[in-house]
Design a protein. Structure first.
Length: 100
């Protein structure tokens, strides 16, 4: 099964495509929902991208900043976040990193 992180559209030009699967803790599917748990180190940045489908994610631990255009949104532990399909954004994990 492929994860939601592989179902993205990248907006930043990079010399090499990063394989985010190294951050995957586990993947699964329940009632047609694709579930992926990931763990990212402090300071890690996911470049500007968009998901092909709407997505919810729950920040299990840590914190991050989401960047939508010129707006920065701080996300904290135990926050449920909705990201619309095709909405370009990037993520920067703060402090001790984050588990999503």
């Amino acid at each position: 099964m492929s994860s939601l992180l592989t179902r993205t559209i990248d907006y930043e030009e990079t010399e090499t495509q990063e394989d985010f699967s190294r951050f995957h803790v586990r993947n699964g599917e329940v009632a047609g929902l694709h579930l992926t748990e990931t763990a990212h180190p402090a300071g890690f940045r996911i470049p500007r991208h968009a998901h092909e489908m709407e997505s919810f994610y729950f920040l299990l631990a840590g914190s991050l900043t989401e960047q939508f255009g010129g707006e920065n949104v701080e996300r904290k532990t135990h926050e449920l976040i909705f990201t619309p399909a095709d909405e370009p954004h990037s993520n920067i994990f703060l402090g001790r990193g984050g588990v999503v």
